[in-house]
Design a protein around this ligand. Structure first.
Ligand SMILES: [Ca+2]
Length: 154
């Protein structure tokens, strides 16, 4: 779906710039049809600060989770995780917490959070953001977390 160093897909660009999820969901649905993915997990959380929760089924055939969320307002910033293995060493974690760091989709050259759209052509690869304004004392800011809690419904 995405990775640092990779050029953002059109679907990731739309998510990062505009919060559009339908095209990303369509891409995952295409992967499901191709047998390369199992579920679309899609939610709409409250404004930050806040939290949002969803339940989803997961199995050993597809134990990896990738999730993204736009940072708004921003030109093209997002947070996300990719290919998280929720079944490490064959065991489902009771609770796994992943701190989220900011990424630049590389698709918009706006210089401030509220900049007008400034489409980039060519685009830059996706990169983790370090430095101003997300870093102080050599620590990159954490922008929330994804928590995975195991619920056994058997
Ligand atoms: Ca763009």
């Amino acid at each position: 779906m995405w990775a640092p160093g990779m050029v953002a897909t059109d679907e990731i660009e739309l998510m990062a710039e505009s919060g559009v999820k339908t095209t990303l969901a369509a891409e995952v649905n295409f992967a499901i049809t191709a047998g390369a993915a199992q579920y679309v997990i899609s939610g709409s959380g409250p404004d930050s600060p806040g939290s949002y929760s969803m339940e989803f089924d997961i199995g050993r055939s597809f134990p990896l989770v990738s999730l993204v969320s736009m940072i708004a307002p921003s030109p093209d910033l997002f947070v996300g995780v990719r290919d998280l293995d929720l079944c490490l060493n064959g065991t489902w974690g009771e609770q796994l917490v992943f701190s989220l760091q900011p990424y630049d989709a590389g698709t918009d050259s706006g210089v401030s959070y509220g900049s007008l759209n400034a489409d980039m052509d060519p685009v830059d690869p996706i990169s983790q953001i370090t430095g101003f304004s997300f870093e102080s004392n050599v620590e990159v800011a954490r922008l929330g977390s994804f928590t995975f809690q195991w619920i056994d419904n058997q």
